[in-house]
Design a protein around this ligand. Sequence first.
Ligand SMILES: [Ca+2]
Length: 273
Amino acid sequence: MKKRNRSYLFLGRAHQGIKVCLLLAGLGLTSLPAKAQNLILNGNFSSGTNNFSSDYVYVTGADSAMPEGTYSVVTKASDVHSYWGNYFDRTSGNSSGKYFIANASANTTQTVWQSNLLRVASPGTAYRFEAYLMSIYPAENNYPRLSFEIGNGSTWTSMGQTTTLNSSSRGSWIFTYADGVFGSAGDFYVRLKNSNGADGGNDLGLDDIYFGLRTSASSSGSTPGLSTGSLTTLNPSSVPEPSAFSLLVVGIGGWIVLRRARRKAIRGLKDNG
Ligand SMILES: [Ca+2]
């Protein structure tokens, strides 16, 4: 009688165990992303000034962007500069969206916009860095010339230049991108840098930035993309990962803590006994 109860209990537990396993497997499956995605956080600027950096000075309020070398995240360019247009963002096209604007500096060493840290996990596969640009000054004649760069935050490798802007970009979003294949996996930042040193004009809007697998880009298949065979292989400087030595120190530390806990437990058992 007792034996039968035990086996029933065992079967019951095993059954519960299987259920838990299935539940965990289910949770694991549902939490996996459907496909690779945009590695850029806040690329559409819906979260305002979060998840990116700039060498320019952040400003907000009426005419706050009059000095060059300033940036803001706005609903309309005219919110921060009375000479600029009443242009909406590219994501929504109406007053519910936001985008990045800059009164670009004549100092071409400065970073206009720099991403969060990005993990390139698939070497040998085409990646795309894309952005939409707009000239926000209706009388613009000195158009910004931006370059796509990738690196570790101090050493940078060029991925290419953005599309040349002209009068058709005044108040209109222009799609621009650079493709590349990576020689090895690593952690990187991407950035946009302006190489037009003009004082006047040189004012830009920026929205819907993407970096990730080219096949997952929203522009994939609908643009004059380069063929896979002619892509440049990039070997940029990556952000160093924690060294083997520091991992070893953490490992030894953990082992000592475990050993102390075990000794304490054995001492406790002896004292009780
Ligand atoms: Ca936007």
